[in-house]
Design a protein. Structure first.
Length: 166
């Protein structure tokens, strides 16, 4: 029987497409109810005019991916700021699902910021849509985690945009 090694995850990229007037969507109102800090950020965002940034992403993986429904706005204002903001067009808290090769525009809520910044997103490969061989390769670790009672770890991958200058 002939087996090939599973292909490693291809690096994901994301491209800034521009600014927009963001749509409130499903995630922002729920985000505002989770913590006082999140409620403050959403109120600031609404008061500032619901600005959004649009990024284009193409799934370069061999399986579906789920993009986490929050992104980090990273600045370099003396000390690095890593504010989490909701993805405005995520349909649910599962995030945005992309099939291999699928292209999508992602909108994130942004607060007024005079400093250069970049976006960090996290995604998870959907193991159900991966090849049979890739799932077999992860089976020993999954069985070990199940046997020891440890939660099965899902590896989240990071995507970072280029720097955006306001």
């Amino acid at each position: 029987m002939f087996f090939t090694r599973p292909s490693p995850a291809a690096p994901q990229s994301i491209r800034f497409a521009g600014f927009t007037n963001g749509v409130v969507g499903n995630i922002a109102p729920v985000c505002a109810t989770t913590t006082t800090n999140n409620a403050t950020k959403i109120q600031q965002w609404l008061a500032a005019g619901t600005n959004g940034a649009v990024f284009t992403i193409t799934n370069q993986q061999t399986s579906d991916i789920f993009i986490f429904p929050f992104g980090r706005i990273c600045t370099e204002r003396g000390t690095p700021s890593r504010e989490e903001m909701p993805l405005l067009n995520a349909p649910t808290f599962s995030g945005i699902r992309l099939a291999p090769g699928q292209v999508a525009d992602i909108q994130i809520a942004v607060l007024p910021n005079p400093s250069p910044w970049r976006l960090e997103l996290l995604y998870d490969r959907d193991s159900c849509s991966e090849s049979f061989f890739n799932r077999i390769m992860r089976l020993p670790a999954s069985l070990r985690d199940q046997h020891t009672g440890r939660p099965i770890k899902k590896k989240m991958e990071k995507i970072t945009s280029d720097v955006i200058n306001p």
